[in-house]
Design a protein around this ligand. Structure first.
Ligand SMILES: Nc1ncnc2c1ncn2[C@@H]1O[C@H](COP(=O)(O)OP(=O)(O)OP(=O)(O)O)[C@@H](O)[C@H]1O
Ligand SMILES: [Mg+2]
Length: 342
């Protein structure tokens, strides 16, 4: 269950479903108020000057709305968007083909931009700066380079890992936006909007309950909504009430603040197995039988945001709030906690 609710990338069937819920215009994109206000100014200015928008880099945990926002930006600019991803651009030629297919002012969206190969990343720099591409031709042992002119385009890059972007690449983006987790009010509105599109009846309090237990993330809110609908259809009268919601979330193993089984095991490992001492990412991942990348990208951002863990130079530690959430005594009392049968 945890992998379904918190998986890094949606599976094919879910990706199709997400498309139906994806807002197409900026006024349907709920939350992220400051980002939207600024973007509207930049988009308006680019349109007035009849120029391509500056390149945009979007940071944010999985499911916060980077792909959605990239599509909205293109839509608001009134241009086409071509989508690819870092690992999909294997050779410089693949990049050239994409770039040549753009019309002036179009958007090229590169998802997972931190996964570009080094050679592709370096060939991207002049494309972003001067809209030129140095094409290298090898013939009979000698190499010749020709300069190809490109249309003025906007690159939108998305990444879940801010630390994984090299600074020369980051510096070439004029607009850098970091998406934050959503508030309960914003998520309540997102759940109600999704329910409306899906033709689901949901009570306000039920939408709020989902909002408080979806890790501040619209994708997880939508996933929970779909699962809870199943419970409401089978066990209730089809309307999602707060009781059905609480019951379903408990059955799905999601606790009162949205933590799932892996989160709880992670915190218990820090608090109990390692007695509150700092633990390195690889050790923690091995203890939990999880991929380090999955812990870092999927689990940790929310635990950090909630103040449940901290990162130190020597590793991860559980924060006082984690002890409170589990009803455990302070750091010194671990043996007692264990004796108490935690
Ligand atoms: N601000 C928002 N308002 C309404 N719905 C949203 C918003 N942001 C995201 N969503 C919903 O959440 C789903 C996931 O969003 P999206 O695919 O854009 O996330 P992402 O940041 O690109 O994730 P990933 O890092 O996995 O690529 C979308 O289907 C969309 O319906
Ligand atoms: Mg995406």
């Amino acid at each position: 269950m945890k992998h379904e609710l918190l998986s890094l990338k949606p599976k094919e069937e879910e990706a199709l479903f997400e498309k139906t819920l994806r807002p197409a215009h900026i006024d349907e994109y709920l939350g992220q108020t400051r980002i939207k206000e600024n973007l509207l100014v930049f988009i308006e200015a680019a349109r007035k000057r009849e120029e391509a928008l500056d390149h945009v880099l979007l940071y944010g945990a999985p499911g916060l709305g980077k792909t959605t926002l990239a599509n909205i930006i293109a839509n608001e600019l009134g241009v086409e968007i071509k989508t690819t991803s870092g690992p999909a651009i294997e050779r410089p030629l693949d990049l050239l083909i994409m770039l040549k297919s753009l019309k002036p002012r179009d958007v090229l969206f590169i998802d997972e931009i931190h996964r570009l190969s080094r050679v592709v990343e370096e060939i991207l720099y002049p494309s972003m700066e001067d809209f030129t591409f140095d094409k290298v031709l090898s013939k009979a042992g000698s190499t010749k380079s020709t300069r190809v002119k490109l249309p003025h385009f906007t690159l939108i890059g998305a990444t879940t890992r801010s630390g994984a972007i090299s600074s020369p690449l980051r510096d070439r983006f004029g607009i850098v936006l970091s998406l934050s987790f959503y508030s309960d009010d914003e998520l309540t509105a997102i759940v109600k909007r999704s329910a409306g599109i899906m033709g689901i009846k949901i009570r306000h309090e039920a939408a709020r309950e989902i909002a408080g237990r979806c890790r501040g993330t619209p994708r997880i809110a939508n996933r929970l909504l779909r699962r809870i609908r199943d419970f409401a259809d089978v066990l209730g009268d089809g309307t999602i009430s707060v009781d059905v919601t609480k019951d379903a979330l408990d059955k799905l193993g999601i606790d009162s603040i949205g933590l799932d089984e892996t989160d709880r095991r992670l915190l218990e490992t820090l608090m109990i197995t390692f007695k509150g001492k700092p633990v390195g990412l690889d050790t923690l991942a091995a203890c939990l039988s999880e991929e380090p990348q999955n812990l870092e990208e999927v689990y940790e951002p929310y635990l950090l945001q909630m103040g449940l863990i901290g990162k130190t130079s020597r590793g991860r530690v559980a924060a006082p709030r984690a002890y409170q959430h589990f009803g455990l005594r302070k750091e010194g009392d671990f043996q007692q906690n264990l004796l108490d049968g935690f």
